[in-house]
Design a protein around this ligand. Structure first.
Ligand code: NAP
Length: 270
């Protein structure tokens, strides 16, 4: 019988995950199917217990449930302890174990574009779940300074306590030399593709611009960076990287590093 995996979220219509995991199942020679589980908030608990009871092997979790699912888990991994958000669950031996593979996916993206963050100064736009994974990765890997940008500079989220948080209108006032700007907001994502979280002038201060958004492939934010001659990177390798890490967890395997490019090419050709 085919093994069952899937993605749990509220609205999943445009997800690329089934395509990516289907390529990974072929690569790993696993007979499996990846299903989109659209679940309403009031049914989240029942859905999770149901998936476990039905023998589903593993799921990814997306907006808006990455934090909410944590109370239904039996255990969490080391990175989840730091990030407090789960995007991958492994159902094993009657237990549900939570992981955060966005953290590793972001690392995969940096590695594949040869972006070294050690001693670099980064600005992170947004203070949601993805921003938290990105900031943790930057912190764990030697970034020199991390500044968060929020629509509310007095943002009271507990994890922001140790960081400098500024509002968007203060970016242009930053005097120091800056390296990387990372968009961790949904601003510019399909269908709102004409939006950008910052103006072109703000991006001109940086050497590298990263947008976690992968749909569209080139957001207005990345377009500005390109026009300015700045290295512009979208979130596609992060998406593929987090999926690869999830498969490694679910199937106790190590997937070759070149698989990321193979998947990326297959996605382009569709
Ligand atoms: P989230 O938890 O909803 O957080 C997004 C944050 O962005 C919010 O906390 C908010 O921060 C800010 N924000 C929200 N709406 C905004 C708007 N209209 N204008 C400006 N700022 C806004 O979402 P998330 O899970 O962190 O995801 C954020 C983005 O990353 C999404 O586009 C998602 O698709 C993408 N993502 C990509 C990958 C990948 O694999 N490539 C993985 C995870 C997420 P403030 O209130 O502080 O302003």
């Amino acid at each position: 019988m085919k093994k069952l995996y899937g993605l749990l979220g509220e609205r999943l219509g445009h997800s690329l995950s089934p395509q990516i995991h289907s390529i990974l199942f072929d690569t790993l020679d696993i007979e499996a199917y990846y299903h989109l589980f659209e679940v309403r908030k009031e049914n989240l608990r029942d859905a999770l217990y149901g998936l476990k009871a039905l023998g589903v092997r593993g799921i990814n979790v997306t907006i808006p449930y990455k934090v909410e699912v944590m109370k239904y888990l039996d255990d969490i991994s080391e990175e989840v302890r730091k990030i407090d958000a789960v995007n991958t669950i492994h159902f094993i031996n009657g237990k549900a174990i939570g992981y955060n593979t966005d953290y590793y996916g972001f690392g995969t993206l940096l590695d594949n574009y040869n972006v070294n963050i050690k001693n670099r100064k980064a600005i992170v736009l947004g203070t949601g779940g993805a921003a938290k994974s990105v900031v943790q990765y930057l912190n764990d890997n030697g970034a020199k300074e991390i500044i968060l940008v929020s629509r509310d500079e007095f943002n009271k989220k507990e994890w922001l306590r140790n960081f400098k948080v500024i509002s968007y209108d203060k970016i242009c006032e930053l005097q120091e030399e800056l390296d990387i700007i990372i968009n961790c907001t949904p601003c510019g994502m399909y269908p709102n593709i004409i939006d950008s979280p910052v103006c072109k002038q703000d991006i001109s201060k940086f050497k590298i611009a990263i947008d976690l958004i992968y749909n569209p492939e080139q957001t207005v934010f990345l377009n500005y960076a390109k026009q300015l001659g700045i290295k512009a990177i979208n979130g596609r390798y992060m998406l593929i990287g987090q999926a690869i890490k999830a498969q490694e967890i679910w199937n106790s395997v190590k997937i070759k590093s070149q698989t990321i490019k193979y998947i990326n090419n297959r996605l382009i050709s569709k």
